[in-house]
Design a protein around this ligand. Structure first.
Ligand code: ADP
Ligand code: ZN
Length: 655
């Protein structure tokens, strides 16, 4: 007997012989083999009786007693490899949890969640009931059905997710709920575990490898029928899926930024189709693409337009930074608003999309700018650590006394990040307790839940943070949200920058006024008249959509086209341009079926980790003609010495 084994490499399956000790081997099991004289772990893709190859190496050991991938997931891997253009090995190794990458065996840990609360404790509002009934009906319909739930923040979407998941369980089917990693806070986990804990598996990045494998095994065996997790939970090994829910469907984190660059939304669409399941996308700020699909009736449109118990949406104001003199960190307007809340013993969330103390350090005398040695990116000053840091590659440098170029001592720390604001808050509001929540402060296991728990017990008055504070948090005493610099996402060179700005402001605004106390939002910006900021201030998604969709149509951006992006990475930029030009002319020779080809040019981030980056952006009406050309030349592209070529279907980042 022989087995086709696949590896996490851009190469096809390789055949090995199954010896006596491996008679029970079957597809989806991991094996130990030699690959180019190196001991390597592979996955069995196919078993076969014969081979015409003259010399065959043996499988040394099978590492699993039962397959870790079922047939359903192996097929999903085949689909990924065709759709996103990668080897079947890369696809299957993406599907299994990280813990399996080594020879680790699985162990069973008991981690049942406490349960007790029941659905009946909350009565659905009329609006919620309509949405719920429609979804419940879809569970009995033949084939897959697709829904977009557009519900403002606090409208009770999560409650609907829970209820419909219960219905799915009654039919003895499974449910997958995807949420962005950063909203997988202890608060959210708690909400679910109290209600459906006994059947619940939660997959998030704070689990250890062993815990991840453990959860995976329990889903595979059918013991756990509900999975909540971030992007990769879309690969949960369930036999019979009844519903897939993607919360905050507009989030870019559903797209993987490593090969294969899959989008969990795309995989969800594929899996829902295979299982005849219901696919539900939910958001307060749907992506332009999804909303457009709903307009075209490709998705059934569902809406929740009121907050539960009729809590009002917070009132929003703009603080025009152009009119403020001196240091433009916290405007007087925002300052006074914070003071008012503190007096009333209410709480404040401040959002700033940038960590560290200062993102830009330079010499006043000669203009020298401190940049990363490996990347074309400025270093961020982290005051507490007394170091300069590259946020892309992690490069560190001690702070300097003098300019390395001219020896002058006048080094300036310009711009501001969360660390700088943290210091200011202590000076401005000496009586108040503030806490900073960003990747620097929540690195340690447990620190995120410590901060959130202190905040909910009102031991913290002001919570300052990056994206991490914009999602899913529900604190009734937060009555003020301040957006310190709304322009950071707006200034990115990307066609989705207005959409991201609108989303961020809306999401963080939704953290305010979640009780009868009401709420207020203050948005600090240099672009007060920009439509993304204006419509976000007025909480008017529809108006934003109308403006944005026009712009997309005129300039031909998704949803009016599809995009294929090729990024050529390597040490010698001239070679990258040569490869890129060759690829472009090859595509032009083989097919005329595209809208336009932009580039090759340097990417906006032209060098990262010592590699130059050159890209080509191909706009197409449909993916297939250009994608099939790329499939044909895949092997040649991947074999280029000294170069790495990324193929990105439907990219979400153009940097
Ligand atoms: P969303 O996900 O749309 O932002 P949530 O589902 O988090 O909103 O709901 C906000 C809050 O309202 C939660 O604390 C939730 O428990 C509560 N809630 C939801 N539905 C109801 C209801 N029908 N009656 C009372 N409270 C509700
Ligand atoms: Zn760097």
């Amino acid at each position: 007997m022989f087995a086709d084994i696949v590896f996490n490499k851009p190469i096809g399956p390789l055949t090995y012989e199954l010896k006596n000790h491996s008679v029970n081997a079957c597809p989806g099991m991991r094996v130990a083999v030699q690959l180019k004289q190196k001991p390597t772990v592979g996955i069995i893709y196919k078993i076969k009786e014969e081979t015409d190859l003259p010399y065959i190496k043996p499988v040394e050991e099978t590492l699993d007693k039962e397959p870790v991938l079922n047939d359903d997931l192996i097929e999903a891997g085949e689909w990924i490899s065709r759709y996103y253009l990668c080897s079947i090995g890369e696809a299957l190794w993406t599907i299994i949890p990280k813990g399996y990458k080594k020879r680790e065996k699985s162990i069973i840990i008991d981690n049942q969640f406490p349960t007790g609360e029941r659905d009946g404790d909350i009565v659905l509002t009329d609006e919620q009931q309509v949405v719920f009934d429609r979804l419940r009906k879809s569970l009995d319909e033949e084939g897959a059905s697709h829904f977009l739930l557009y519900g403002i923040t606090g409208s009770g979407k999560t409650e609907i997710y829970l209820r419909i998941i219960h219905e799915v369980l009654k039919k003895d089917k499974g449910a997958i709920l995807l949420v962005p990693e950063i909203s997988l806070t202890p608060q959210t986990i708690n909400y679910f575990s109290k209600r459906v804990g006994d059947q619940l598996a939660i997959l998030h990045s704070r689990l250890t490898k062993a815990e991840k494998i453990n959860e995976w095994q329990r889903i595979l065996s059918g013991e756990k029928k509900i999975v909540i997790g971030a992007r990769s939970a879309i690969f949960a090994p369930m036999k019979d899926i009844g519903i897939i829910i993607i919360d905050e469907e507009h989030e870019t984190s559903y797209k993987s930024e490593e090969t294969p660059r899959y989008n969990a939304k795309g995989v969800a669409y594929y899996r829902a189709g295979k299982h005849g399941a219901t696919l539900l996308l939910g958001s307060a700020t749907p992506s332009i693409e999804s909303f457009y699909l709903a307009k075209l009736k490709k998705f059934t449109f569902l809406q929740l337009s009121h907050r539960v118990l009729n809590q009002k949406l917070p009132k929003a104001h703009i603080a025009d930074l152009r009119k403020i003199k001196g240091k433009k960190y916290i405007s007087t307007f925002l300052f006074k608003a914070i003071e008012r809340r503190l007096k009333k013993k209410e709480q404040v969330i401040l959002f700033l999309n940038r960590r560290g103390f200062s993102p830009y350090v330079y010499c006043e005398n000669c203009g020298y700018v401190f940049k990363c040695k490996n990347c074309d990116i400025t270093l961020t000053y982290h005051k507490g650590e007394k170091r300069l840091k590259c946020h892309y590659c992690g490069y560190l440098e001690q702070i300097h006394e003098v300019c390395p170029a001219c020896g002058d001592e006048k080094l300036l720390y310009s711009g501001f990040g969360t660390e700088k604001i943290e210091g200011l808050l202590n000076d401005y509001f000496p009586g108040a307790v503030s806490a900073r929540m960003d990747t620097d402060t929540v690195k340690k296991r447990g620190s995120l839940s410590r901060i959130l728990s202190a905040f909910s017990k009102k031991r913290i008055d002001i919570l300052l943070g990056t994206q991490i504070v914009t999602k899913g948090l529900h604190f009734p005493d937060v009555t003020l949200v301040g957006v310190l610099n709304a322009d950071i996402p707006l200034n990115f060179p990307d066609f989705r920058s207005a959409e991201r700005t609108f989303n961020l402001i809306t999401q963080v605004s939704g953290r305010a006024g979640r009780s009868e106390k009401g709420g207020e939002v203050i948005i600090q910006t240099y672009n007060p008249v920009h439509y993304a900021i204006q419509t976000a201030k007025n909480q008017n998604y529809e108006e934003f959509f109308i403006r944005e969709i026009k712009y997309r149509e005129i300039l031909i951006y998704p949803p009016f086209c599809r995009i294929i992006r090729l990024v050529f990475r390597g040490i010698i930029s001239k070679d990258l341009f040569e490869s890129a030009y060759n690829t472009v002319s090859l595509i032009q020779e083989r097919t005329g079926d595209y809208i336009s080809i932009l580039g090759p040019t340097f990417c906006p981030f032209s060098r990262i980790k010592n590699n130059y980056r050159v890209h080509v952006i191909i706009k197409v009406k449909q993916l297939e003609p250009v994608r099939s050309v790329l499939r044909e030349i895949y092997n040649t592209l991947k074999k280029k010495k000294g170069q790495y070529i990324e193929i990105d279907i439907d990219p979400v980042s153009m940097l």
